[in-house]
Design a protein around this ligand. Structure first.
Ligand code: NAG
Ligand code: NAG
Ligand code: NAG
Length: 227
């Protein structure tokens, strides 16, 4: 009897619990074109430009029509179309990026803390790797994705892309967040500000001080340094 009461009680709590949000919150108006003014007060996202002053440019963008210069240390160029680049996305729970890769170029292991990602390769062949959490036994899921094919990155999982071919790769990705966020794994480990104490990293990575210092020197100043 006590047992069934406990179950009934748990069931009621579940029913009363607020809805679980798997994406950004729903908008409360048709449009809320972001006012990117730094001094504006933010609650969750950006305040809105008055609708009558917003025009109609906020519904269109040509920023992803061209890729960036891939002559970078990573051999890739990310062209962002998040809310700061496309203010009409504010409150809509959606955004995109374009990434171009030179042969051998990579988008280093990283995590989007606030979004699931779906990608489409439109040119070339791209190795896409997704590393499951401990729950999957840290499994590496990977495949070469070709033009016209898609891939999916579950929210919060570490992933990377690498151009294994000898031609340029172009991919477009969409996120279910206006601001997916990014945690670059190499940069957060070795280029944080201030740095993670070296003894933490020697113990965690099972290497000696010299190895950690070398890696830190590559990411000094918060960005990747060419060797
Ligand atoms: C791309 O970047 C490299 C290195 O910064 C530079 O030498 C090159 O001129 C750039 N190419 C274009 C098309 O802007
Ligand atoms: C290259 O990768 C590093 C992380 O390994 C990252 O910090 C940096 O922003 C990337 N550079 C570009 C231009 O994407
Ligand atoms: C990680 O997974 C292994 C194998 O399933 C399990 O034994 C271990 O307890 C897990 N560790 C954590 C911290 O969840």
């Amino acid at each position: 009897m006590v047992y069934s009461k406990t179950i009934a009680c748990m069931f009621t709590m579940l029913l009363l619990a607020p809805a679980i949000m798997a994406t950004d919150p729903d908008p409360l108006q048709d449009f809320c074109v972001a006012d990117l003014d730094d001094n504006a007060v933010r609650v969750n996202g950006y305040p809105c430009v008055p609708q009558l002053e917003a025009g109609d440019d906020f519904l269109f963008s040509s920023k992803l029509a061209r890729g960036g210069n891939t002559s970078t240390p990573n051999g890739s160029a990310v062209t962002r179309l998040d809310v700061t680049e496309f203010p009409g996305e504010n409150t809509q729970g959606i955004s995109m990026n374009r990434v171009d890769f030179a042969p051998g170029g990579t988008n280093p292991p990283h995590i989007h803390p606030r979004a699931t990602e779906i990608g489409l390769v439109v040119k070339g062949e791209l190795l896409v790797g997704i590393i499951g959490s401990n729950e999957s036994g840290n499994r590496l899921y990977s495949r070469v994705v070709r033009a016209g094919e898609n891939f999916l990155i579950p929210r919060g999982l570490m992933h990377f892309q690498f151009n294994t071919g000898d031609t340029v790769v172009t991919m477009f990705v969409s996120f279910n967040s206006q601001n997916p966020g990014i945690v670059f794994v190499p940069l957060t480990l070795f280029g944080s500000d201030p740095p993670i104490p070296t003894p933490v990293l020697t113990k965690a990575l099972r290497v000696d001080t010299g190895v950690v210092e070398l890696l830190k020197s590559r990411f000094a100043g918060g960005s990747f340094q060419a060797s």
